[in-house]
Ligand binder design. Sequence first.
Ligand code: MG
Ligand code: MG
Length: 257
Amino acid sequence: MIRLKTQEEIELIRESALLVGKTLAEVGKYVKPGVTTAFLDKIGEQFIRDNGATPVFKGYNGFPAALCISVNDVVVHGIPSEDMFIKDGDIVSIDCGTNLNGYIGDSAYTFTCGEVRPEVLRLLKVTKEALYLGLEKCVEGNRVGDIGHAIQTHCEKNGYTVVRELCGHGVGLKLHEDPSVSNFGVKGTGPLLKEGMVIAVEPMINLGSKNVKFSQEDGWTCRTKDGKPSAHFEHDVAIGKHAPDILSSFEPIENIK
Ligand code: MG
Ligand code: MG
């Protein structure tokens, strides 16, 4: 069931989503060679708690950490580890969710560490562009399939592939609400977008083939099958009557570079 939000609720979700952006910016300052992903997780969790919120990922279906930190060929749901050291040339996708006053924000950004290969930088650029093209469709009267179609078209046109197994979702009162928002699709299909809907749009785009595998050992880590890098960017957005209202922000993150 799709739960429509009041304008008051949307403002509270925005506060939570903006805290996620600030958390990502804070953690992003520490994305450097030699740092462990467990250390980044610790910084993020402390920042969230210092700002009066709780990390919603921690304990979600048993997930053991505050942040999902996914390096290079890890698409999403990487578990922070004391043994995982960031290296020069890595890309580091950090996904964060907060509960602030009962409202959920959920946003992700793929950071670069040092000198990243130009072909990988281009993957990041195109994935971020695809996110915004999807967000542009978040207007009353469009359908969920229009979002996926816009993302898929842009990524495939540039030679990349769209992960099929994972998708965006409704968000706000719970971390994952209806509807599911695929990053591929057919125009004019799927649930109708209405003012008051709040969704997370989150393209997961691969440099190589679209196929992924989930770790048998930890039950979480999702990697590309061919070992090539994958990018992930995510924003929360309220469907507007005439324009999308993007609730999360990459602004503080992009200011740190
Ligand atoms: Mg997320
Ligand atoms: Mg999400």
